[in-house]
Design a protein around this ligand. Structure first.
Ligand SMILES: Nc1ncnc2c1ncn2[C@@H]1O[C@H](COP(=O)(O)OP(=O)(O)O)[C@@H](O)[C@H]1O
Ligand SMILES: [Mg+2]
Length: 287
C-alpha cells in the first residue's frame, strides 16, 4: 500500500473493515485524496469472506454515478490485507448529522430531508437498473444496507452512497455476530428480517424508513434488543407520523395540511444550490 498510497488518518472502523483517508500518488507525481477501506486482518484468513469481498468489490467497479462513491482500485498489501481505494468524500455521514441534530433537539427541514433521499433514490435507481456492459444482462444489484452511516454528505452538498456491493459481505457478518452491526437491523425490510431473499424493493423500503426517521426524529423500528428490532421489522407496523412527532425547535408539521404541501411543492427541492447549500451547512454542524 505504501508504494502508491499513503495513509494520513483513520476515518472509521467497523466489524468488517477499517476506513482511512489517504493520498494516491501517480508515477508522474500527481497527488489525489482517496479513502482506503481495508478488510480487518482476522477476516483476511476467512476464505469464504475474502471471495465474497472480491466478488462484490469487482461489482462496485461497474458503478459510475454522481451519487455513488467511486471505487478506483482493489488490491492487497504484501501481508495479504485486501483493500479498496475510493474517492474521498470530504464531509460527514448522515448518522453523525442526525445525531448532532438530536443533541440540539432539532430535526432537518422536511424539504432538506426529501432532497437527501431524492439523491439516494437517484443512486439506487441507477444501480437497480444497471446491466452488464457486455452481456446486457441485468446485474440485479441490491445495496442491502441503506442506512445513515452509508450515506455520505460532502461539504459541497453532494450526497453519495457508500458500501455498495459490500452489503452482501456485511450481511454475512450480521448472521455470524449480530452484536458487530448493532442498529443496522432497524433498516431491514420485512422479507430480509424473515430470511427471505431480497430484491431492489428492500433498498426502497429502507429509504422509506429513513424518511420516517428524518421527518419524525424517531427511529421507526427500534427495539431494546436486536431480536426485538427484527421482530418489529417483520411486523412492519408503521405508527402515524403525526402521533410520533414531538415539539422541537425545528418541528416537523403535526399534520400535513394542504397549505404545508403547497409550501413544500413551491420549494424547488431538486435543484441545487438551495438544498445542496443546506447540506453543506448541516455538514459543518455535524463535524
Ligand atoms: N469514500 C469515503 N470518504 C469519506 N469517508 C468515508 C468513505 N468511505 C467510508 N467513509 C467513512 O467510513 C465509514 C464506514 O465506511 P463503510 O464503507 O460503510 O464501512 P463498513 O463496511 O465498516 O460499514 C462511513 O460511515 C464514513 O463515515
Ligand atoms: Mg457501512
Amino acid at each position: 500500500m505504501r508504494d502508491r498510497y499513503t495513509i494520513t488518518e483513520r476515518l472509521d472502523h467497523g466489524g468488517m473493515a477499517e476506513v482511512f483517508r489517504g493520498v494516491a500518488e501517480s508515477m508522474e507525481g500527481f497527488k489525489k485524496n482517496v479513502a482506503i477501506k481495508r478488510v480487518l486482518p482476522n477476516l483476511t484468513k476467512n476464505q469464504k469472506f475474502v471471495a465474497m469481498f472480491l466478488d462484490e468489490a469487482r461489482l462496485s467497479l461497474f458503478l459510475q454515478h454522481a451519487n455513488i462513491v467511486q471505487v478506483f482500485d482493489i488490491s492487497r498489501t504484501p501481508d495479504n490485507a485486501y483493500f479498496l481505494v475510493m474517492e474521498y468524500v470530504d464531509g460527514c455521514n448522515l448518522k453523525s448529522l442526525i445525531e448532532r441534530q438530536k443533541q440540539k433537539g432539532r430535526r432537518l427541514e422536511i424539504a432538506h430531508s426529501i432532497y437527501l433521499m431524492i439523491e439516494c433514490c437517484k443512486a439506487l435507481h441507477y444501480a437497480h437498473s444497471l446491466e452488464h456492459p457486455e452481456t446486457n444482462e441485468p446485474l440485479g444489484i441490491v445495496h442491502r444496507d441503506i442506512s445513515p452511516p452509508n450515506i455520505l454528505l460532502s461539504k459541497n452538498g453532494e450526497v453519495k452512497l457508500v458500501d455498495f456491493g459490500l452489503a452482501k459481505a456485511n450481511s454475512q457478518i450480521e448472521s455470524t455476530d449480530p452484536g458487530v452491526v448493532k442498529g443496522k437491523f432497524s433498516y431491514l425490510s420485512p422479507e430480509a428480517a424473515s430470511g427471505i431473499e431480497v430484491d431492489h424493493r428492500a433498498d426502497v423500503f429502507a429509504v422509506g424508513i429513513l424518511l420516517y426517521e428524518l421527518f419524525t426524529g424517531r427511529r421507526l423500528f427500534y427495539g431494546e434488543t436486536d431480536y426485538q428490532t427484527v421482530e418489529l421489522v417483520r411486523q412492519a407496523r408503521v405508527p402515524s407520523m403525526a402521533a410520533r412527532t414531538t415539539r422541537s425547535s425545528s418541528p416537523a408539521p403535526r399534520r400535513w395540511s394542504a397549505r404545508r404541501w403547497r409550501a413544500t411543492r413551491r420549494t424547488d427541492i431538486s435543484t441545487p444550490p438551495t438544498w445542496a447549500t443546506r447540506c453543506r451547512s448541516s455538514c459543518s454542524l455535524a463535524g
